[in-house]
Design a protein around this ligand. Structure first.
Ligand SMILES: [Zn+2]
Length: 175
């Protein structure tokens, strides 16, 4: 597998999938000085292409600006992670691979297969977040489904969803 963009050694711009055509700002792809990051934002970090042409898109959903002392709580990360997992499975079923929490507690890693269009991913995220506002329970939160099933808060997830949706028009302005 070769990484097409976003390699820490520096992307080769002559060998890139059309980043701008996918709806991303090419200047923000890859690892960025974290002091510059805006949030909430959605940012393409890398595209990895396999031998058969399948592409894996790694996306950063940054909820809070790094190093501001406003990192998410464990419960907030956990419940929103469950909603993102359930929601992307539903809204981008053919393309969603996984969601992971950032250890710095400022956001989430999202991975998609053969779907890297910014508008598709943002529209799915918007639907998921709007759904949280109406939800009556955190998904997959039973003892047989979760490794820490007591550590959830629907109310916290709702507040986070509202917070992220408030910056919907600027999600793609990540720097
Ligand atoms: Zn869990």
């Amino acid at each position: 597998m070769r990484t097409v963009v976003g390699a820490t050694s520096g992307p080769d711009r002559s060998d890139t999938i059309g980043i701008a055509e996918l709806g991303w700002d090419p200047e923000t792809v890859g690892e960025i000085d974290h002091r510059l990051l805006k949030a909430p934002s959605v940012k393409l970090r890398s595209i990895s292409v396999g031998a058969n042409g399948d592409a894996v898109y790694s996306i950063d959903l940054r909820v809070r600006r790094p190093n501001t002392g406003r990192r998410l709580t464990g419960v907030e990360l956990h419940s929103l992670e469950h909603f993102l997992l359930e929601g992307f499975r539903r809204h981008l079923a053919a393309h969603f691979v996984s969601v992971g929490v950032m250890g710095c507690r400022t956001g989430f890693y999202l991975v998609f297969l053969n779907e890297g269009r910014a508008d598709k991913i943002c529209m799915a995220l918007e639907e998921i977040l709007k759904g949280i506002r109406e939800a009556t329970a955190v998904p997959y939160a039973r003892i047989d489904q979760c490794g820490d099933y007591r550590s959830h808060s629907l109310e916290r997830a709702r507040r986070l969803a509202v917070e992220i949706l408030e910056r919907r028009s600027a999600w793609l302005i990540s720097v």
